[in-house]
Design a protein around this ligand. Structure first.
Ligand code: NIG
Ligand code: FE
Length: 403
C-alpha cells in the first residue's frame, strides 16, 4: 500500500544523530507499507497517482515526525481537582495524592479504567502523539498492578497509538505498610509481571519519602535480572542520587532530574542514559525547571515528556510541552522538537521512529502552520490537521470534513 503526501510547506525532522533540526521547504513524502519510502522537493514528486497510490494534500502545512511521549501515568481512576486547587493556593505536594488515586483504582473496574484512559490517549493522538509510554503504579498490590497493566495492553491493541508498558509497583508505599515490607512485595510481583509479558520497562520513584537509593537499587536490579528495561523517577522533589543510580544500573532513561547534581549528569552521559524532562510537572508544581542547558552542553540527548497524571500534571499535549520547554526552560525550538520526537523514541529504546527518513515508520503529524517556529508561538492553538500512524491517517481535524 502506498500513500503520497503532497503540498508540504515545510518538512521538519531531526537528523539520525546530533541536535540539528533539518527543515526542507515544499516537499512530498512517499510512504510504502507503513514506512517512509522517500521524500524530496515537490517538483520531483512521482507522476500523477496510479490507482494503487493514494494522495494526501498537506495544504502547505508543516510536517513533523509523530510526537513521542516517553513518560505518562495515563491509566487512573477519578480526578484530584480539589487537591490541585489547594496546591494553587500554596499547599505542598505530598504522597497523599498518590494514595487517593490508589484507593480509587482499587475500587474501579477494569472497564472503567479502560474507558477513562482511552479518552485521554485519544486526546493525545489528536494532538499529534503517536507513541506513548504508560506506567502502572496506582495499584500498589499484585492484583491491582496487574489490572492496570492489562488495561494498558488492551489499549495498545485497540488504539492506533503504540503504547509502551512500564511496571511502576514502587510508586509509593501503600498505607499501613512499612517500606521494607512493601519492597519485599514489589520484588515478589516482578516474576508474575514478567511471566504475563505485561511490561517492557520497570520504573521506581526514587525520592526521599518514597523509595531510597538502596531500595530502588534492589527493585531495579531484580527487574533487570528478569529481563525488563529500566527507568527511574530521579531527583524530582529533592536530590535523591537517582541519576547516579540510573547510570550505575544502565537504565535506558532517568526522568524528572529537576534537582540532579553535576556529578549525576556527568554519569548519565558516560553511561548513555537518556534524560527525560517533564516541564509540565515543574510548571504545575511551581517548582524549578531542570538545568537543561547544562545537560545539552554536556552532550546529553535530552527528551521531553508530559508526565500526564492526575496529581502533578494534567497536560496531555506534547506540543504544549514544547512551548513550555522553549518559554520556561531555555530550550531552542529546534532542540525541543528533537526532544519531543527522536530523543523521546530513544528514551523508550526505539530507533525506528522520530525521524523522517527512508525506512523509518511513517508516523507523522501535519500542522496548519507556516513554519515550525510557530509551534511554541501559537500557544495552545488547535492546529493539528492530520495524524498518521504507520502510514494510515488516524486523525483528521473536523474542519477538514466540512470543505
Ligand atoms: O510523576 N512522580 C511520581 N508520580 C507522579 C505523580 C503522581 C500523582 O501525584 O498521582 C509524578 O509526578
Ligand atoms: Fe512521573
Amino acid at each position: 500500500m502506498e500513500l503520497l503526501i503532497v503540498g508540504i510547506g515545510q518538512l521538519v525532522t531531526p537528523q539520525a544523530r546530533g541536535m540539528e533540526l533539518a527543515a526542507h521547504e515544499r516537499c512530498y513524502i512517499k510512504i510504502r507499507d507503513g514506512k517512509i519510502a522517500e521524500f524530496g522537493p515537490l517538483d520531483r514528486a512521482p507522476a500523477p497517482s496510479p490507482p494503487h497510490l493514494r494522495e494526501l494534500d498537506a495544504r502547505g502545512g508543516v510536517v513533523l515526525p509523530g510526537l513521542v511521549d516517553p513518560h505518562t501515568h495515563a491509566v487512573f481512576a477519578e480526578t484530584r481537582e480539589e487537591e490541585f486547587l489547594r496546591r494553587c493556593r500554596g499547599e505542598r505536594y505530598t504522597s497523599g495524592g498518590i494514595r487517593t488515586t490508589v484507593a480509587a483504582v482499587r475500587r474501579a473496574s477494569e472497564e472503567d479504567l479502560y474507558q477513562s484512559a482511552k479518552r485521554f490517549l485519544l486526546e493525545m493522538l489528536c494532538q499529534g502523539t503517536t507513541t506513548v509510554e504508560v506506567k502502572s503504579g496506582y495499584g500498589l498490590d499484585l492484583e491491582n498492578e496487574l489490572k492496570l497493566l492489562r488495561v494498558i495492553k488492551r489499549l495498545d491493541e485497540d488504539l492506533p497509538l503504540d503504547l509502551v508498558p512500564t511496571f511502576l509497583g514502587a510508586h509509593a508505599v501503600p498505607e499501613g505498610k512499612s517500606s521494607s515490607e512493601y519492597v519485599r512485595e514489589v520484588l515478589a510481583m516482578i516474576p508474575e509481571v514478567k511471566r504475563l509479558g505485561l511490561a517492557e520497562f520497570c520504573d521506581v520513584f526514587c525520592e526521599p519519602g518514597f523509595f531510597s537509593v538502596e531500595e530502588s537499587r534492589k527493585i531495579l536490579s531484580a527487574c533487570r535480572a528478569a529481563g525488563l528495561k529500566l527507568k527511574i523517577h530521579a531527583d524530582e522533589l529533592e536530590w535523591s542520587g537517582g541519576a547516579e543510580l540510573a547510570a550505575e544500573l544502565g537504565a535506558v532513561s532517568a526522568d524528572h532530574l529537576l534537582r540532579a547534581s553535576d556529578e549525576g549528569l556527568k554519569r548519565l552521559k558516560e553511561a548513555g542514559v537518556i534524560p527525560v524532562l517533564l516541564p509540565g510537572t515543574a510548571f504545575t508544581l511551581n517548582a524549578p525547571f531542570p538545568p537543561v542547558r547544562k545537560m545539552l552542553e554536556a552532550g546529553l540527548p535530552v527528551a521531553l515528556a508530559t508526565d500526564f497524571n492526575p496529581g502533578t500534571c494534567l497536560i496531555s499535549s506534547m506540543l504544549f510541552i514544547v512551548t513550555l520547554a522553549v518559554m520556561r526552560m531555555g530550550m531552542t525550538v529546534e532542540e525541543a522538537l528533537i526532544a519531543a520526537t527522536r530523543n523521546g523514541a530513544w528514551a523508550l529504546g526505539l530507533q525506528d521512529r522520530g525521524v523522517i527518513a527512508p525506512g523509518m515508520l511513517a508516523d507523522l503529524v501535519i500542522l496548519d502552520l507556516d513554519n515550525y517556529k510557530q509551534i511554541p508561538y501559537f500557544i495552545g492553538h488547535d492546529r493539528v490537521r492530520y495524524v498518521l500512524k504507520r502510514g494510515e491517517v488516524v486523525y483528521a481535524h473536523p474542519s477538514l470534513c466540512q470543505d
